[in-house]
Design a protein around this ligand. Structure first.
Ligand code: GDP
Length: 301
């Protein structure tokens, strides 16, 4: 009798193990992978990044033993989050722009971006953040081509109580930048924010104009503003600016209006430059420091 008991004790876990656990096979997740592929591509995630995500998922799931109590959906979610976090962290930089700005005076930042991406709004938000961090700011309205851009900056500058240097319509953008830097020096201002023109990114004159602004202003940092809603166009814009002018970091706007987030994934993976802030709305305080974990969790909720 005691022998029977021993035997049953030894056999039981094996039998129950067979009942309780299931190993995930490639076949089990084929449909899931295909559905996810369609979803990712529809969300503007580039082909390369989509393949990477699905590959990560396959590696993470196939061969894994799951108990019947475990939820496959949770497992997929967590694996997906892990992959997205890794992609979004690829060129992540945790620079403290407010600290860096204190080290060199005046700290000069030039903003680039195609019209409509949210560049002017972003400069205003940036000025607001700098002021909140105890830094003084001056803005150079170096898009002398677009009257609306000058007006818009004048509106923000007066609301934020930040000085603004404007140019004559059609005037030299580089000399507006130069004047603002001179003014910062004489008034002991910490940071100069330079707006630039963004008409058609294929415009040859524009390329020359922006290069000239960079030559004259000698910025400590060049920030490219990209629109999260622009799809794969955002990637093309980044490539243009990298090839023709060069930049150090990206601010991605309108993330609040983009449920998909595919552009962020493609940019983070492909550019080799960090996304440092994201625009999350129209208010001045809606410029948020980019955080890969937060972003990944937001995409897979
Ligand atoms: P610019 O032509 O690049 O200077 O673009 P603007 O700064 O004029 O912005 C274009 C539009 O995008 C405006 O209506 C802004 O209010 C809007 N915008 C800018 N940033 C954001 C953002 O982070 N979220 C949302 N929802 N709208 C934004």
């Amino acid at each position: 009798r005691s022998l029977e008991e021993t035997e049953s004790k030894e056999i039981k876990p094996g039998i129950l193990g067979f009942l309780r656990y299931k190993e995930i096979k490639e076949d089990d997740i084929l449909d899931l992978i295909e559905e996810l592929r369609v979803e990712l591509l529809e969300d503007d995630v580039s082909l390369e990044v989509t393949d990477k995500i699905l590959d990560d998922l396959r590696k993470e799931l196939v061969g894994k033993k799951i108990s019947r109590k475990e939820n496959l959906e949770d497992l997929v979610k967590n694996s997906l989050k892990k992959s997205l976090r890794e992609i979004l962290s690829k060129n992540y930089s945790n620079i403290d722009i407010f600290q860096i700005s204190k080290d060199k005076k005046p700290f000069v930042i030039v903003f680039f971006g195609v019209n409509g991406v949210g560049k002017t709004t972003t400069i205003a938000k940036f000025a607001y953040l700098l002021k909140k961090n105890g830094l003084s700011v001056i803005i150079a309205a170096s898009d002398t081509f677009r009257a609306a851009a000058q007006e818009q900056l004048a509106y923000h500058a007066s609301k934020l109580e930040v000085p603004l240097v404007r140019g004559k319509y059609g005037g030299d953008p580089a000399s507006v930048a130069f004047d603002a830097i001179q003014s910062a020096k004489s008034r002991n201002i910490d940071v100069v924010l330079i707006d630039t023109a963004g008409r058609m990114h294929t415009d040859k004159d524009l390329t020359e104009e922006l290069r000239r602004v960079v030559r004259i202003a000698k910025p400590n940092m060049k920030i490219l503003v990209l629109d999260s809603l622009a799809g794969n166009d955002a990637l093309a814009q980044a490539e243009y600016f990298e090839k023709n002018i060069g930049y150090d970091a990206v601010i991605l706007t309108k993330v609040d209006a983009d449920a998909k987030g595919g552009v962020a994934l493609s940019l983070a993976y492909k550019l080799g430059k960090p996304v440092i802030f994201v625009g999350m709305g129209q208010d001045y305080d809606s410029l948020i420091k980019f955080n890969p974990d937060w972003f990944a969790d937001r995409l897979v909720s």
